[in-house]
Design a protein around this ligand. Structure first.
Ligand code: BLG
Length: 492
């Protein structure tokens, strides 16, 4: 009897355990990767540290990929956990070895190649790039693959570029190249810039971000047609996370957010042109170091970001202390005679004094009652516009904004009004009258761009370079940069 009881009991226990196991596994099966992410409240993203993907500046985490995945996490309503790997192979390996209970997404400017297809599933494309051959400007321009033969070529291990070169080797067996898993695109640019290698291949977006630092680098032809960058996950039957990513990508492409982000991160070549970018790179190395200490001193004295002062200086004179405008305004920071006098500056052509004068103008403007209570970053942009066009005209534009039902405290609204100051129908009704109102809009746009570039110089990736060593790394106060449109979908 006792024995029977035990058997019955152990049978019951077995049935119970068995059903529990079946139930559990059924539950597990039903929990998709997306549900796991939502339940854990956290999206784990694997990326790499590079100017085109993810890096940190004085405001914290940033980078094109970072901005995208941060918005994706917000969209899912979860926290973002960023994890970096040292190279592309390591990123894919991390996907392959991930704990199935903790889904991970890779967002690192990845491009799909057939050799990854077995283990890795890619999202739809979100940004198109072309792989560009780069070389030193003193070398002969390579025009075709044959011109690369016999050159010292180095690319990132595991990258699309390495894959593309391998494909080309089938037709051109004499094409020899090296790969390294210890370098990033910015290192490759530096190696070409310093003539330590002849050739590398980097994506157009990486070139766009970095061209301004490497004055000796030029790009030749595209080694392959345009490729789509994609996010990636470990390949499995469960594509829920990838589906959610695809829906998100479609959405931000349709809303124009993707385009705005791309403009912000990769747009300065488009705006400056390659020639402008080469010139900036040169001036960054040759001119800025001479005046950097003056920018820092004045910025510190008036509690502002030295790079903002430097960006104004580049816009005003390309860091040339003897610059003269058509209207007779002079010096590195282009002070008018009256302004110089008002700021206690005796010699406008002395760069140290000119910079100090400019810092005082900014300090005066941001303490003026018309501007002092305006939140950042708008205050900075409105101060800059006043620096250029004068506070009276700026106030006129603010008034026009108000009359139009716009917000006089928002740069995006005021900048729409400024050009009206050169049209009689509008300026005739203003207090201060005619002004070349288009100029301050252009002025502020350019300064923001230069300021962004100068900010990127402080990227950790560049700190080891010669260029990085000449720059100060942390500002006193960093006004928030960005914003092209209204309060908008985040900072852009
Ligand atoms: C600015 C002054 C403002 C002044 C306005 O002119 O100069 N800013 C400085 O001196 C820093 O103070 O406003 S006012 O005080 O209310 O009269 C208006 O007079 C300088 C501007 C003028 C501009 N650059 C700094 O941005 C300039 O040189 N424009 C001419 C360009 S071009 O050569 O004709 O193309």
């Amino acid at each position: 009897m006792q024995k029977l009881k035990t058997v019955v009991l152990s049978n019951a226990l077995f049935i119970f355990l068995f059903s529990a196991a079946v139930l559990l596994s059924a539950c597990r099966q039903e929990t998709t990767a997306l549900q796991q992410v939502l339940a854990s409240g956290e999206l784990i993203v694997i990326t790499r540290n590079s100017p085109a993907t993810y890096f940190q500046d004085e405001n914290g985490d940033t980078g094109f990929e970072y901005e995208l995945v941060k918005r994706f996490a917000d969209h899912l309503g979860v926290r973002l956990r960023i994890e970096t790997q040292d190279n592309i192979d390591a990123i894919y390996q991390r996907l392959e070895e991930h704990d199935p209970q903790q889904p991970v997404l890779a967002a690192a400017g990845l491009i799909s190649t057939p050799d990854r297809a077995e283990y890795i599933a890619f999202s739809q494309g979100y940004y198109s790039v072309t792989p560009k051959v780069i070389y030193h400007k003193s070398a002969k321009l390579p025009r075709k693959v044959e011109d690369l033969i016999g050159k010292r070529i180095l690319v990132m291990k595991g990258s699309y570029q390495a894959y593309a070169l391998k494909q080309l080797q089938k037709e051109h067996p004499e094409l020899i190249f090296e790969t390294s898993d210890a370098i990033e695109s910015v290192d490759l640019l530096r190696l070409v810039n310093d003539k330590q290698i002849d050739i590398s291949i980097i994506n157009s977006n990486e070139l766009a971000i970095n061209q301004v630092y490497f004055a000796n680098v030029r790009h030749a032809f595209d080694i392959a047609p345009a490729q789509e960058q994609r996010w990636a996950v470990f390949r499995s039957d469960d594509d829920s996370l990838l589906q959610a990513a695809n829906a998100f990508i479609t959405e931000i492409q349709a809303s124009g957010l993707m385009e705005r982000l791309a403009q912000r991160y990769y747009g300065h070549i488009e705006q400056m042109g390659y020639v402008g970018a080469y010139a900036f790179a040169q001036d960054l190395q040759q001119r800025l170091p001479k005046y950097e200490k003056f920018f820092k001193q004045s910025a510190q004295e008036y509690n502002m970001d030295w790079r903002l002062l430097a960006a104004i200086g580049y816009q005003e004179s390309h860091w040339q202390p003897e610059a003269t405008s058509k209207t007779g305004v002079r010096g590195l920071m282009m002070l008018t005679n009256n302004t110089a006098k008002a700021m206690g500056i005796s010699n406008r052509l002395d760069p140290e004094q000119s910079i100090l004068g400019a810092a005082r103008v900014i300090e005066t403007l941001r303490n003026d009652k018309a501007l002092k209570d305006i939140p950042e970053p708008d205050q900075t942009w409105l101060v800059l516009a006043s620096y250029n066009v004068g506070l009276g005209h700026l106030k006129d534009a603010q008034k026009l904004a108000e009359q139009e039902g716009l917000n006089p405290q928002k740069w995006n609204d005021v900048r729409k009004m400024l050009p009206r100051l050169s049209q009689k129908e509008w300026y005739s009704k203003t207090r201060y009258g005619y002004a070349r109102g288009g100029e301050p809009v252009h002025f502020v746009n350019n300064i923001r761009r230069y300021y962004d570039i100068l900010t990127w110089v402080t990227q950790p990736q560049l700190e080891s370079s010669n260029l990085g060593n000449t720059m100060l790394h942390k500002p006193q106060i960093a006004p928030e940069v960005s914003t092209n449109t209204q309060d908008e979908q985040a900072r852009l």
